[in-house]
Design a protein around this ligand. Structure first.
Ligand code: NCD
Length: 309
């Protein structure tokens, strides 16, 4: 049984299958809007979320329904499941996994997705675990980057924001590190955060992997040479509030190369002002919509791998 808990769980073959299928699904949608299928007819998804979500939960639920399957779940499992009565996560997942074919879970703490998977009778997809990982977001992010830059040739990708506590950054950086043609992954770290995961990335010594660097301020030069800028919000629900959090203004956006793209996993706060939306480099809504296609491909692959061959 295949779970999807971390980027470490997937290989190149899985990634290229998912991306190929995601494009087919997206093209079908763009052509006719009639992309409903019955590929997962009779299958049931449970979404079990212990943290708020808009995109992850609703795109997974729509994905399952567009594939002919069914969905039940809890958008606030901490309050509305027996967790509230003191049930532990292991029992919780052992039981709900007996009622369905696949579970997408979102967890408050890093590592809890592993506990869920270990106790589950069916595949578990990690829809975000604390400040740990968010592998399906990384897949849709990478799919979005490759739509715009199919060869990834010589690309510089800069992460600006709460890099230490953003699970989307952790998963995406790990994923990008597997793509040899990317030139550089850069983290802007003006808050003096401890970026352990970056050291782990630096220690991967497979030949031809992208270089990794940390810089301490948002210098014009780092914006001007970035093909992709990936912004994240202040994750203040995970501990302290970062004062003077940076704002990526439209003037900064205009310093990027014309072909550059601005990404953000959303939701955004003040770090990405609304007037950036009109900038031709703004790409975050396309990114969010790709979540539907990529998650359809992921559900097909985990529930019925032969279908997508
Ligand atoms: C992200 C998350 O939950 O980690 N949201 C998402 O899934 N698109 C980003 C965030 O909450 O900042």
């Amino acid at each position: 049984m295949k779970h999807l808990i971390s980027i470490n769980d997937i290989d190149k073959k899985f990634i290229s299958k998912i991306f190929k299928r995601s494009s087919e699904i997206k093209n079908a949608r763009l052509k006719s809007n009639q992309f409903f299928s019955e590929k997962l007819k009779g299958k049931l998804l449970i979404t079990h979320f212990f943290e708020p979500s808009t995109r992850t939960r609703l795109s997974f639920e729509s994905a399952m329904i567009y594939l002919g399957g069914n969905v039940i779940g809890s958008e606030n499992a901490g309050e509305f499941s027996s967790f509230k009565k003191g049930e532990n996560l292991s029992d919780n997942f052992r039981v709900i996994s007996g009622y369905c074919d696949i579970v997408v879970g979102r967890f408050k703490n890093e590592g809890e997705a592993y506990i869920a998977a270990e106790n589950s009778l069916v595949p578990v997809i990690n829809g975000g675990d604390g400040k740990g990982e968010h592998p399906t977001q990384a897949l849709l992010d990478m799919f979005t980057i490759m739509e715009k830059f199919p060869n990834l040739n010589n690309l510089t990708i800069t992460f600006i924001g709460d890099n230490a506590r953003s699970r989307t950054v952790h998963s995406l950086a790990k994923l990008i590190k597997q793509f040899p043609y990317v030139k550089l992954i850069r983290f802007i770290n003006p808050y003096g955060q401890c970026l352990d995961f970056v050291n782990e990335l630096k220690n991967i010594d497979t030949p031809n992997t992208p270089d990794v660097e940390i810089k301490y301020d948002i210098n014009k030069e780092y914006i001007a040479d970035s093909d992709v800028i990936y912004i994240t919000r202040n994750q203040n629900e995970r501990g302290h509030y970062i004062q003077n959090y940076m704002v990526f203004t439209n003037d900064m956006a205009n310093m990027m190369p014309e072909h550059g793209i601005i990404m953000h996993p959303l939701p955004r706060n003040s770090e990405l002002p609304l007037d950036v939306d009109k900038n031709p480099r703004a790409y975050y809504f396309e990114q969010a919509q790709n979540g539907l296609f990529v998650r359809m491909a992921i559900l097909e692959e985990l529930l019925n791998p032969c279908l997508s061959d």
